[in-house]
Design a protein. Structure first.
Length: 137
């Protein structure tokens, strides 16, 4: 198992994983160009896990200078419950801490029960004091 920094050339493999992972929402910015822009803005913070040359897990992480954000933690179905997701999260949080960020958020789809359970086990707490409002621009 190799955990390495994600790069734009990984796009076709990571988008395929995301499309086949329950609970991952694919958006307009999940193009190859969008991935490259995100990775350039948040260098050294997003990772893939490879086994036998295949990408079996991903995590995207970044920050706005104050708060960290995790996106698209995905682990292929047949590689779950092996600690891969936990290792990716720990690596991303370590990078945030190294950059002086001390709080991290994750957006989880309301119907993603497995995801909510995972994040709770990782120590993340559901916030009841805020709601998310969005606008397409």
């Amino acid at each position: 198992m190799i955990i390495r920094e994600m790069n734009p050339d990984d796009w076709s493999k990571v988008i395929s994983l995301w499309q086949n992972t329950e609970g991952i929402g694919i958006g307009r910015s999940d193009t190859k160009e969008g991935l490259e822009k995100f990775l350039n803005r948040n260098k050294g913070m997003s990772f893939v896990c490879e086994i036998d040359g295949n990408i079996v897990a991903t995590i995207m992480c970044g920050h706005d200078g104050r708060r960290g954000f995790i996106y698209h933690l995905a682990v292929a179905e047949n590689f779950r419950l092996q600690g891969i997701g936990k290792r990716l999260v720990e690596k991303a949080l370590e990078e945030l801490k190294n950059q002086g960020i001390h709080k991290c958020h994750i957006f989880v789809m309301k119907n993603n029960e497995k995801g909510k359970s995972f994040w709770s086990k990782m120590g993340f707490q559901k916030r009841d004091d805020i709601e998310v409002f969005s606008i397409d621009i």
